[in-house]
Design a protein around this ligand. Structure first.
Ligand code: CTP
Length: 444
């Protein structure tokens, strides 16, 4: 049965909660299409970039002129529109999207999507995109209840689509029952909630089912560290940093998508581990080091995204440190150095391909180039955390990837999109290295 997501009506109105999000709004040919311009307007007000894509039949119910006016972009409706394709080809458009919502999704559209068809622009975009897909079905209640529709819905939810509604009530055909498209405000809230749930990495990725893995890292084991570490001062206090873990979790999802077996060793974060990733929670740097060392013999790639605390208090007190009495001022905390986890990996006997991350506030590139060599890494990914729009705790990032013989700037985008771009670069270098070391391993 359909998985209806709860929606907090109006909970986010008035805020630019979707700034920077790129959303495709697909419209298929049902009477509810007359309401979709309101959804488009709400998404735009919340800061999203919206590209409307109409099926041929949608034109019977709402005009492209209206949708162009509210979205601020010409509507796309054909695979064969040479001018539109020249401006942004459909594959490029599929990559551009952070999310696809189809509202209304008619019975016919659900059927074509369930079958995996690519016979019009909208269905093709859905197939060519890795973005999550939300569907707002709308149809006559008897059509909705038909086993064929239910079968299609079942398949689409299994494929990872989120189904919103439908509502029940009076229908345009004069009947009453389930099949009304959810109201635009409810759909808007569902999209906002979905995009804001960055703590749920599964929501940003089409789930990868075990047994269905494919990609360049198939059969390879990837070990990733993520998040901050916490170094105890006493039972209630610690030293830590601003790392949210988002970039590391996004990398884990990206590694899964290219077919790897992924283990994530994570410091304390407020994120749900990606489905299909083995996640080992740790608190401090020494625990992280122990887990990394234990798993190292199995790893083909190591990606150190964690913001490991360089120092820890020499002694973590058993009891809470009390405020000094009797006019004594100042308290000294003696710090000792933590192990450098990634340097240990680079110098280990069983050395995987090693990727490090560096967050720098000045001379970012120069520092990162030196750091890569100093720590013996194959690749380093550097971002400038002096810019408040990117880096620690923000939703977006922009980085430069540096490896032996090349550098590449990856411009500002969501941490998930960036993770995929970084993973592409990692895979390319890793495969190169494998080919150099053992030409027969990549002979096919
Ligand atoms: N790292 C690590 N163990 C540590 C410190 C850092 O594994 N004790 C890893 C991080 O996960 C990251 C890379 O090293 O991949 C670079 O981290 P960074 O904090 O920039 O390195 P530092 O050597 O601590 O450099 P800085 O003096 O700039 O803090």
């Amino acid at each position: 049965m359909a998985d209806t997501k709860s929606t907090g009506q109006n909970s986010l109105s008035g805020r630019r909660t979707l700034a920077g999000r790129c959303i495709i709004v697909g419209i298929s040919g049902g009477i509810a299409a007359y309401k979709t311009p309101v959804l488009v307007r709400r998404l735009r007000e919340a800061g999203a970039e919206v590209q409307v894509v109409m099926t041929e039949n949608a034109h019977q119910f709402v005009t492209a002129t209206t949708l162009q006016a509210v979205s601020g972009r010409p509507v796309r409706d054909s695979l064969w529109d040479a001018a539109a394709e020249a401006a942004m080809g459909h594959i490029e458009l599929a990559r551009w999207a952070d999310l696809i919502i189809i509202a209304p999704a008619t019975a016919d559209t659900l059927s074509r999507l369930a079958a995996g068809r690519a016979d019009d622009l909208l269905c093709t975009l859905r197939l060519a995109s890795r973005a999550p897909v939300m569907l707002a079905p709308a149809m006559n209640n008897v059509m909705w209840d038909h086993p064929a529709t239910m079968r299609n819905l079942q398949r689409l939810t299994e494929d990872g689509c989120v189904v919103l509604g439908p509502d029940s009530g009076p229908q345009a055909c004069g009947e009453t029952g389930p099949g009304r498209m959810q109201e635009p405000e409810a759909l808007f809230s569902a999209v906002s909630d979905y995009c804001l749930s960055f703590t749920d990495w599964n929501s940003l990725a089409t789930p990868v089912r075990s047994g269905s893995r494919s990609g360049n890292l198939q059969g390879k084991r990837v070990l990733i560290t993520a998040g901050p570490t916490r170094e105890a001062i006493d039972p209630v206090r610690y030293i830590s940093n601003e790392s949210s873990g988002k970039q590391g979790y996004a990398l884990a999802t990206a590694a899964l998508r290219v077919g790897a077996e992924v283990t994530l060793i994570s410091g304390p974060v407020n994120l749900t581990p990606p489905e299909g990733v083995e996640t080992i929670p740790v608190t401090n740097a020494r625990q992280m080091q122990d887990e990394v060392q234990a798993l190292l013999p199995e790893a083909d790639l190591f990606i150190g995204v964690a913001a490991v605390a360089d120092y820890r208090p020499e002694e973590a007190k058993d009891q809470k440190i009390k405020k000094l009495q009797g006019g004594k001022k100042g308290l000294n905390l003696n710090l000792v150095e933590n192990p450098d986890i990634i340097a240990g990996v680079s110098s280990s006997k069983h050395r995987p391909f090693v990727v490090g991350f560096a967050a720098e506030t000045q001379d970012a590139l120069q520092n990162a180039r030196e750091k890569r060599k100093r720590k013996g890494m194959d690749m380093i990914v550097v971002n400038d955390v002096a810019n408040p729009e990117i880096g620690f705790n923000s939703e977006e990032n922009a980085v430069t990837v540096i490896w032996d013989g090349g550098e590449e700037n990856l411009p500002q985008s969501s941490k998930m999109r960036l993770a995929e771009a970084i993973m592409d670069r990692i895979v390319a270098c890793f495969v190169d290295q494998l080919a150099t070391a053992n030409p027969e391993s990549v002979a096919e």
